[in-house]
Write a protein of this length. Sequence first.
Length: 212
Amino acid sequence: MKKILIVTSVEKELEAVRLGLNGDPRFHTALCGVGPVQAAIRTTMELSEESGYDAVLNLGVAGGIPGKAKIGEVVLGSASVQADLGFEQADGSFERIETLGFTVSKRDADVALFRQIDESLSMDHHTGIIVTQSMVTGTKARLDETIQRVPDVFAEGMEGFAVLSAAEAAGLPSIEIRAISNPVGPRKRDEWRLDDALAALTTVAAHLKEMT
Ligand SMILES: O=C(O)c1cccc(C(=O)CC[C@H]2O[C@@H](n3cnc4c(=O)[nH]cnc43)[C@H](O)[C@@H]2O)c1
């Protein structure tokens, strides 16, 4: 791969990634903003303004599902799922958007890209589903809802599905990689460990340089 776009939601994530990449010219970095709408628009704009990309990566910090991914750990996304894209039935149950046939709420990571990065990441990491939500989970009830909707979920972010959708529209392989900054569940802002997650992101980026 000669030209890879890495997008992150905020500046501090971008700085952490750039530190690890150490100027490797194959990687181009850009901000996509916070939340799925910003991320879809800004990734699409980047891909239309600059040509020649071979792949798109969404890197960032994320909430870890308790018992699956702890603070400072890394999750390589096998798929990114917009967990709140669907409709609620009168009995309170949730149906994914696919039921109506309008669109999809799950994007699988590109198989070849997943394999290549999985091999390059010579550090402990999880592989599994990362959900995208428009709202950071703040209650145990919402965490339980997410696990019920997506039983194999490992982490929660706010941009992955949008970035993978923009890449799909451009015909490019893509994947999401997240470092855990906080547990998903009852909101306790003082339990967020952004520095641990940002350090893990730097390590991830350093390993990405081993991609061929
Ligand atoms: O304030 C700081 O120093 C700082 C440094 C790095 C990142 C941030 C963010 O606020 C990142 C926002 C970004 O994080 C993702 N995220 C993190 N935890 C969760 C979560 O539990 N549920 C959903 N998203 C989460 C998300 O992708 C945001 O875009 C601040």
